[in-house]
Design a protein around this ligand. Structure first.
Ligand SMILES: C[S@@+](CC[C@H](N)C(=O)[O-])C[C@H]1O[C@@H](n2cnc3c(N)ncnc32)[C@H](O)[C@@H]1O
Length: 205
């Protein structure tokens, strides 16, 4: 599947080359081990990384599982990931709402939910491609005042973070159960403020 650059992808296409060097990305490097501590994975698992970008999560999960599908709408972000040459990661260029190539034992994501306008539909899309009992482990911002990204429209920001109760309701409506939230990291912003991120976990059925 191919997707042309849109206002949603142009920010990430432009940012891709230096994505891993950004101070924010370097802080996000703390996320994968903390997420993995709460998401038991097996060597036979097929995992989807939603909004995988340059593979900050996918590259750390790949050694623990059979295969990671790294889904992203930005071709340039996925090119950076492809250049890392991880054998059991396949990049998939497209919008999650255009369909996915497989079914998964787990879906992970870091800082991508707030770019999706219809998060209830996203939860249904996740549920539709999980194996029975398949798990989610999703990281994003708690509700904030819009100051995290600043230029929200240009960066394709659709939500200023999330209230856990609202996300939980959407997830449960999609058939996800055992929803739990934990604080995972606090992002120290150049504006001097600290923004907490949550890890949301749960499973299908
Ligand atoms: C803030 S970046 C995070 C990238 C990476 N997970 C990280 O933590 O560095 C969000 C990514 O989600 C992708 N994205 C947003 N909406 C998407 C959608 N509907 N389908 C696929 N990818 C999407 C964007 O293209 C972008 O690369």
């Amino acid at each position: 599947m191919t997707t042309s650059p849109t206002p949603e992808t142009s920010h990430f296409d432009a940012a891709a080359r230096n994505w891993d060097q950004r101070p924010m990305s370097q802080q996000l490097a703390a996320v994968p081990p903390l997420l993995l501590a709460q998401l038991p994975l097996s060597p036979t698992d097929q995992v989807l990384d939603f909004g995988a970008g340059t593979g900050l999560l996918a590259t750390q999960i790949a050694p623990k599982v059979a295969h990671v599908t790294a889904l992203d709408m930005s071709a340039a972000m996925l090119q950076v990931l492809n250049d890392k040459g991880v054998a059991n990661i396949t990049t998939h260029h497209g919008d999650i709402f255009d369909g996915l190539p497989g079914r998964y034992h787990a879906i992970v994501s870091c800082m991508a939910l707030h770019h999706v306008a219809d998060v209830a539909a996203l939860m249904r899309a996740f549920a539709a491609v999980l194996h029975p009992g398949g798990r989610i482990a999703l990281v994003d911002l708690y509700q904030e005042d819009g100051s995290f990204h600043g230029d929200n429209e240009a960066k394709g920001v659709k939500h200023f973070g999330f209230a856990p109760e609202a996300l939980q309701t959407m997830a449960e409506s999609a058939g996800l159960r055992g929803i739990a939230f934990t604080d995972i990291v606090h992002m120290q912003h150049q504006n001097g403020r600290s923004y907490p991120l949550f890890l949301m976990t749960g499973h299908l059925g």
